[in-house]
Design a protein around this ligand. Structure first.
Ligand code: NAD
Length: 300
Protein backbone atom coordinates (compact mmCIF):
# COMPACT_ATOMS: atom_id res chain seq x y z
CA UNK A 1 0.00 0.00 0.00
CA UNK A 2 1.28 3.41 -0.93
CA UNK A 3 0.83 6.32 1.46
CA UNK A 4 0.92 8.75 -1.46
CA UNK A 5 -2.21 10.67 -2.34
CA UNK A 6 -3.47 9.78 -5.83
CA UNK A 7 -2.30 11.99 -8.66
CA UNK A 8 -3.86 15.38 -9.29
CA UNK A 9 -6.18 15.10 -12.27
CA UNK A 10 -5.34 17.56 -15.06
CA UNK A 11 -8.76 18.53 -16.39
CA UNK A 12 -8.34 19.27 -20.10
CA UNK A 13 -11.99 20.19 -20.58
CA UNK A 14 -11.90 22.90 -17.92
CA UNK A 15 -8.65 24.32 -19.26
CA UNK A 16 -9.93 24.25 -22.84
CA UNK A 17 -13.05 26.17 -21.73
CA UNK A 18 -10.81 28.87 -20.22
CA UNK A 19 -8.73 29.09 -23.41
CA UNK A 20 -11.93 29.32 -25.47
CA UNK A 21 -13.25 32.18 -23.31
CA UNK A 22 -10.08 34.22 -23.96
CA UNK A 23 -10.17 33.37 -27.66
CA UNK A 24 -13.83 34.41 -27.93
CA UNK A 25 -12.82 37.93 -26.83
CA UNK A 26 -10.02 38.06 -29.42
CA UNK A 27 -12.34 36.77 -32.12
CA UNK A 28 -14.97 39.40 -31.25
CA UNK A 29 -12.37 42.13 -31.63
CA UNK A 30 -11.17 40.73 -34.97
CA UNK A 31 -14.74 40.39 -36.25
CA UNK A 32 -15.64 43.95 -35.29
CA UNK A 33 -12.50 45.31 -36.91
CA UNK A 34 -12.63 43.36 -40.18
CA UNK A 35 -16.41 42.96 -40.50
CA UNK A 36 -16.05 39.19 -40.76
CA UNK A 37 -15.10 36.37 -38.40
CA UNK A 38 -11.88 34.37 -38.78
CA UNK A 39 -12.62 31.41 -41.01
CA UNK A 40 -11.39 27.81 -40.88
CA UNK A 41 -11.87 25.37 -43.76
CA UNK A 42 -11.61 21.67 -42.93
CA UNK A 43 -11.26 19.06 -45.68
CA UNK A 44 -12.78 15.72 -44.69
CA UNK A 45 -12.07 12.82 -47.05
CA UNK A 46 -14.31 9.77 -46.83
CA UNK A 47 -16.55 8.72 -43.98
CA UNK A 48 -14.31 7.26 -41.27
CA UNK A 49 -16.33 7.54 -38.05
CA UNK A 50 -13.40 8.74 -35.89
CA UNK A 51 -12.39 11.46 -38.37
CA UNK A 52 -15.99 12.62 -38.77
CA UNK A 53 -16.33 12.86 -34.99
CA UNK A 54 -13.07 14.85 -34.61
CA UNK A 55 -14.16 17.23 -37.36
CA UNK A 56 -17.54 17.66 -35.72
CA UNK A 57 -15.97 18.62 -32.39
CA UNK A 58 -13.56 21.03 -34.12
CA UNK A 59 -16.46 22.75 -35.93
CA UNK A 60 -18.55 22.92 -32.75
CA UNK A 61 -15.64 24.43 -30.80
CA UNK A 62 -15.03 26.98 -33.58
CA UNK A 63 -18.69 28.01 -33.42
CA UNK A 64 -18.45 28.47 -29.63
CA UNK A 65 -15.70 31.08 -29.99
CA UNK A 66 -17.21 32.80 -33.05
CA UNK A 67 -14.89 31.32 -35.70
CA UNK A 68 -16.68 30.44 -38.93
CA UNK A 69 -15.84 26.80 -39.76
CA UNK A 70 -16.70 25.16 -43.04
CA UNK A 71 -16.31 21.43 -43.59
CA UNK A 72 -15.65 20.42 -47.21
CA UNK A 73 -16.53 16.74 -47.59
CA UNK A 74 -15.18 14.70 -50.48
CA UNK A 75 -15.55 10.99 -51.28
CA UNK A 76 -12.98 8.45 -50.08
CA UNK A 77 -12.11 7.63 -53.69
CA UNK A 78 -10.81 11.17 -54.41
CA UNK A 79 -7.24 10.95 -55.71
CA UNK A 80 -4.14 12.88 -54.70
CA UNK A 81 -4.24 15.23 -57.68
CA UNK A 82 -7.88 16.17 -57.06
CA UNK A 83 -7.20 16.74 -53.36
CA UNK A 84 -4.19 18.93 -54.09
CA UNK A 85 -6.33 20.92 -56.56
CA UNK A 86 -9.09 21.26 -53.95
CA UNK A 87 -6.68 22.56 -51.30
CA UNK A 88 -5.21 25.00 -53.83
CA UNK A 89 -8.67 26.30 -54.75
CA UNK A 90 -9.55 26.75 -51.06
CA UNK A 91 -6.29 28.65 -50.63
CA UNK A 92 -7.30 30.99 -53.47
CA UNK A 93 -10.32 31.87 -51.28
CA UNK A 94 -12.65 30.67 -54.02
CA UNK A 95 -15.13 29.44 -51.41
CA UNK A 96 -14.77 32.42 -49.08
CA UNK A 97 -11.80 33.62 -47.06
CA UNK A 98 -9.84 30.67 -45.72
CA UNK A 99 -7.62 31.97 -42.93
CA UNK A 100 -6.92 28.45 -41.72
CA UNK A 101 -6.91 25.27 -43.81
CA UNK A 102 -6.84 21.82 -42.28
CA UNK A 103 -6.89 18.42 -43.96
CA UNK A 104 -8.23 15.86 -41.50
CA UNK A 105 -5.92 12.84 -41.17
CA UNK A 106 -5.62 9.99 -41.83
CA UNK A 107 -6.19 10.16 -45.58
CA UNK A 108 -7.14 6.97 -47.48
CA UNK A 109 -4.20 4.69 -48.28
CA UNK A 110 -4.19 5.52 -52.02
CA UNK A 111 -3.59 9.22 -51.29
CA UNK A 112 -0.10 10.75 -51.03
CA UNK A 113 -0.62 12.47 -47.67
CA UNK A 114 2.62 14.47 -47.86
CA UNK A 115 1.67 15.92 -51.27
CA UNK A 116 -1.73 17.01 -49.97
CA UNK A 117 -0.38 18.52 -46.74
CA UNK A 118 2.38 20.34 -48.64
CA UNK A 119 -0.34 22.01 -50.75
CA UNK A 120 -1.62 23.87 -47.69
CA UNK A 121 0.07 27.29 -47.83
CA UNK A 122 2.32 27.61 -44.77
CA UNK A 123 0.62 30.83 -43.65
CA UNK A 124 -2.77 29.04 -43.47
CA UNK A 125 -1.39 25.79 -42.05
CA UNK A 126 -3.17 25.79 -38.67
CA UNK A 127 -2.16 22.18 -37.98
CA UNK A 128 1.50 23.22 -38.24
CA UNK A 129 2.43 20.24 -40.43
CA UNK A 130 3.97 22.11 -43.39
CA UNK A 131 7.79 21.74 -43.55
CA UNK A 132 8.17 25.52 -43.29
CA UNK A 133 6.28 25.54 -39.98
CA UNK A 134 8.13 22.44 -38.76
CA UNK A 135 11.41 24.20 -39.63
CA UNK A 136 10.43 27.40 -37.84
CA UNK A 137 9.52 25.36 -34.76
CA UNK A 138 12.83 23.53 -34.84
CA UNK A 139 14.67 26.86 -34.97
CA UNK A 140 12.81 28.19 -31.93
CA UNK A 141 10.77 30.75 -33.88
CA UNK A 142 7.50 28.87 -34.17
CA UNK A 143 4.51 30.23 -36.08
CA UNK A 144 1.87 27.47 -36.01
CA UNK A 145 2.73 24.81 -33.44
CA UNK A 146 1.11 21.39 -34.02
CA UNK A 147 -2.00 21.52 -31.84
CA UNK A 148 -1.53 18.43 -29.66
CA UNK A 149 2.07 19.29 -28.79
CA UNK A 150 1.01 22.86 -27.99
CA UNK A 151 -1.83 21.51 -25.83
CA UNK A 152 0.52 19.28 -23.83
CA UNK A 153 2.90 22.16 -23.18
CA UNK A 154 0.00 24.40 -22.18
CA UNK A 155 -1.35 21.96 -19.61
CA UNK A 156 2.11 21.65 -18.04
CA UNK A 157 2.46 25.43 -17.89
CA UNK A 158 -0.99 26.04 -16.44
CA UNK A 159 -0.61 23.32 -13.82
CA UNK A 160 2.72 24.84 -12.76
CA UNK A 161 4.62 21.64 -13.56
CA UNK A 162 8.27 22.64 -13.81
CA UNK A 163 9.94 21.62 -17.06
CA UNK A 164 13.26 23.49 -16.77
CA UNK A 165 16.05 21.10 -15.92
CA UNK A 166 13.63 18.17 -15.63
CA UNK A 167 13.72 14.96 -17.63
CA UNK A 168 10.80 14.65 -20.05
CA UNK A 169 10.37 11.27 -21.73
CA UNK A 170 8.09 11.18 -24.76
CA UNK A 171 6.93 7.81 -26.07
CA UNK A 172 6.20 8.21 -29.80
CA UNK A 173 8.20 9.93 -32.54
CA UNK A 174 5.49 11.04 -35.00
CA UNK A 175 5.72 14.32 -36.91
CA UNK A 176 2.32 15.18 -35.46
CA UNK A 177 2.92 14.70 -31.74
CA UNK A 178 6.21 13.23 -30.49
CA UNK A 179 8.74 15.20 -32.55
CA UNK A 180 7.18 18.67 -32.21
CA UNK A 181 6.62 18.10 -28.49
CA UNK A 182 10.29 17.16 -28.06
CA UNK A 183 11.25 20.43 -29.76
CA UNK A 184 8.89 22.46 -27.57
CA UNK A 185 9.94 20.94 -24.26
CA UNK A 186 13.64 21.28 -25.08
CA UNK A 187 13.39 24.85 -26.43
CA UNK A 188 14.56 27.78 -24.35
CA UNK A 189 11.94 29.53 -22.24
CA UNK A 190 8.74 28.93 -20.28
CA UNK A 191 7.39 25.40 -20.67
CA UNK A 192 10.76 24.36 -22.11
CA UNK A 193 14.36 23.91 -20.99
CA UNK A 194 13.72 20.23 -20.25
CA UNK A 195 16.09 17.39 -21.01
CA UNK A 196 14.12 15.33 -23.51
CA UNK A 197 14.30 11.66 -24.43
CA UNK A 198 12.18 10.20 -27.23
CA UNK A 199 11.23 6.52 -27.01
CA UNK A 200 9.69 4.64 -29.93
CA UNK A 201 8.87 1.20 -31.24
CA UNK A 202 12.57 0.21 -31.44
CA UNK A 203 13.62 1.54 -28.03
CA UNK A 204 15.32 -1.06 -25.85
CA UNK A 205 14.30 -1.46 -22.20
CA UNK A 206 11.81 1.38 -22.30
CA UNK A 207 10.70 1.00 -18.65
CA UNK A 208 14.26 1.78 -17.49
CA UNK A 209 14.05 5.04 -19.42
CA UNK A 210 10.49 6.01 -18.47
CA UNK A 211 11.23 5.42 -14.78
CA UNK A 212 13.65 8.37 -15.00
CA UNK A 213 10.95 10.70 -16.30
CA UNK A 214 9.76 13.67 -14.27
CA UNK A 215 7.34 14.23 -17.13
CA UNK A 216 6.15 11.19 -19.08
CA UNK A 217 4.14 11.64 -22.27
CA UNK A 218 2.57 8.65 -24.02
CA UNK A 219 1.68 9.22 -27.69
CA UNK A 220 1.52 5.78 -29.27
CA UNK A 221 -2.03 4.49 -29.69
CA UNK A 222 -1.68 1.31 -27.67
CA UNK A 223 -3.95 0.79 -24.64
CA UNK A 224 -2.19 -0.23 -21.42
CA UNK A 225 1.29 0.57 -22.79
CA UNK A 226 2.31 2.58 -19.73
CA UNK A 227 1.98 0.53 -16.57
CA UNK A 228 2.55 1.67 -12.99
CA UNK A 229 6.01 0.06 -12.78
CA UNK A 230 7.16 2.34 -15.62
CA UNK A 231 6.35 5.53 -13.72
CA UNK A 232 8.54 7.43 -11.26
CA UNK A 233 6.59 8.32 -8.12
CA UNK A 234 5.32 11.90 -8.36
CA UNK A 235 5.84 12.22 -12.13
CA UNK A 236 3.48 14.15 -14.40
CA UNK A 237 1.92 11.64 -16.79
CA UNK A 238 0.34 13.04 -19.95
CA UNK A 239 -1.69 10.56 -21.97
CA UNK A 240 -2.08 11.57 -25.62
CA UNK A 241 -3.27 8.17 -26.85
CA UNK A 242 -6.81 7.65 -28.04
CA UNK A 243 -7.95 4.05 -28.39
CA UNK A 244 -11.46 2.72 -28.81
CA UNK A 245 -11.99 -0.47 -26.82
CA UNK A 246 -14.89 -2.76 -27.59
CA UNK A 247 -16.75 -4.30 -24.66
CA UNK A 248 -18.38 -7.73 -24.78
CA UNK A 249 -21.87 -6.16 -24.65
CA UNK A 250 -21.27 -4.46 -28.01
CA UNK A 251 -20.58 -1.00 -26.55
CA UNK A 252 -17.21 0.72 -26.79
CA UNK A 253 -15.29 3.30 -24.82
CA UNK A 254 -12.21 5.50 -25.26
CA UNK A 255 -9.02 4.86 -23.33
CA UNK A 256 -5.52 6.28 -23.57
CA UNK A 257 -2.12 4.57 -23.61
CA UNK A 258 -1.77 4.69 -19.82
CA UNK A 259 -3.12 2.16 -17.33
CA UNK A 260 -4.98 5.01 -15.67
CA UNK A 261 -6.22 3.44 -12.41
CA UNK A 262 -2.85 1.96 -11.44
CA UNK A 263 -0.69 4.87 -12.64
CA UNK A 264 -2.91 7.35 -10.84
CA UNK A 265 -1.73 5.84 -7.53
CA UNK A 266 1.94 6.53 -8.39
CA UNK A 267 1.98 9.72 -10.45
CA UNK A 268 1.88 13.29 -9.17
CA UNK A 269 -0.34 14.50 -12.00
CA UNK A 270 -2.24 12.66 -14.71
CA UNK A 271 -4.47 13.51 -17.67
CA UNK A 272 -7.63 11.44 -18.20
CA UNK A 273 -8.83 10.03 -21.51
CA UNK A 274 -11.25 11.32 -22.59
CA UNK A 275 -11.19 14.85 -21.21
CA UNK A 276 -7.44 15.42 -21.09
CA UNK A 277 -5.28 16.27 -24.11
CA UNK A 278 -8.12 15.95 -26.66
CA UNK A 279 -10.03 19.13 -25.75
CA UNK A 280 -6.74 21.03 -25.49
CA UNK A 281 -5.78 19.95 -29.01
CA UNK A 282 -9.02 21.47 -30.30
CA UNK A 283 -8.51 24.65 -28.27
CA UNK A 284 -5.02 25.08 -29.74
CA UNK A 285 -6.42 24.64 -33.24
CA UNK A 286 -8.79 27.53 -32.57
CA UNK A 287 -5.87 29.60 -31.25
CA UNK A 288 -3.89 28.84 -34.41
CA UNK A 289 -6.86 29.84 -36.57
CA UNK A 290 -7.25 33.14 -34.72
CA UNK A 291 -3.50 33.70 -35.15
CA UNK A 292 -3.68 32.88 -38.88
CA UNK A 293 -6.48 35.42 -39.37
CA UNK A 294 -4.55 37.99 -37.37
CA UNK A 295 -1.30 37.46 -39.32
CA UNK A 296 -3.18 37.66 -42.60
CA UNK A 297 -4.99 40.84 -41.65
CA UNK A 298 -1.59 42.38 -40.99
CA UNK A 299 -0.46 41.14 -44.39
CA UNK A 300 2.20 38.91 -42.86
P1 NAD B 1 1.70 7.39 -34.99
O1 NAD B 1 1.13 6.05 -35.26
O2 NAD B 1 2.09 8.28 -36.09
O3 NAD B 1 2.97 7.23 -34.05
C1 NAD B 1 2.99 6.29 -33.03
C2 NAD B 1 4.38 6.25 -32.44
O4 NAD B 1 4.40 5.28 -31.41
C3 NAD B 1 5.48 5.89 -33.43
O5 NAD B 1 6.45 6.90 -33.38
C4 NAD B 1 6.04 4.56 -32.93
O6 NAD B 1 7.45 4.50 -33.03
C5 NAD B 1 5.62 4.55 -31.49
N1 NAD B 1 5.37 3.19 -31.01
C6 NAD B 1 4.62 2.24 -31.59
N2 NAD B 1 4.63 1.13 -30.82
C7 NAD B 1 5.40 1.39 -29.75
C8 NAD B 1 5.79 0.65 -28.62
N3 NAD B 1 5.38 -0.60 -28.43
N4 NAD B 1 6.58 1.25 -27.73
C9 NAD B 1 7.01 2.51 -27.90
N5 NAD B 1 6.65 3.27 -28.95
C10 NAD B 1 5.86 2.71 -29.86
O7 NAD B 1 0.64 8.07 -34.01
P2 NAD B 1 0.35 9.62 -33.65
O8 NAD B 1 -0.34 10.28 -34.75
O9 NAD B 1 1.57 10.25 -33.06
O10 NAD B 1 -0.71 9.37 -32.48
C11 NAD B 1 -0.37 8.66 -31.31
C12 NAD B 1 -1.61 8.47 -30.46
O11 NAD B 1 -2.08 9.73 -30.06
C13 NAD B 1 -2.77 7.79 -31.19
O12 NAD B 1 -3.51 7.03 -30.25
C14 NAD B 1 -3.62 8.96 -31.64
O13 NAD B 1 -4.99 8.63 -31.78
C15 NAD B 1 -3.42 9.89 -30.48
N6 NAD B 1 -3.61 11.31 -30.80
C16 NAD B 1 -4.35 12.02 -29.93
C17 NAD B 1 -4.54 13.35 -30.14
C18 NAD B 1 -5.35 14.12 -29.13
O14 NAD B 1 -5.84 15.17 -29.44
N7 NAD B 1 -5.48 13.62 -27.90
C19 NAD B 1 -4.00 13.98 -31.25
C20 NAD B 1 -3.19 13.25 -32.14
C21 NAD B 1 -3.00 11.89 -31.88
Amino acid sequence: MSDRAPATLLDGRALAARIEATLADEVRTFTAMFQRPPRLVVVLVGDMAASASYVKSKAAAAARVGIDAEVVRVPAATDTQALVALVQSIARDEQGPADGILVQLPLPAHVDTVAVLDAVPPDRDVDGFHPENAGLLSQGRARFIPCTAAGVQRVLLVAGIVTAGRHAVIIGRSDIVGKPLALLLSAKGPGGDATVTICHSRSADMPAITRQADILVAAVGRPGLVTADMVKPGAAVIDVGINRIAASDGTSRLVGDVDFDAVREIAGWITPVPGGVGPLTVAMLLANTALAAELRSRGG
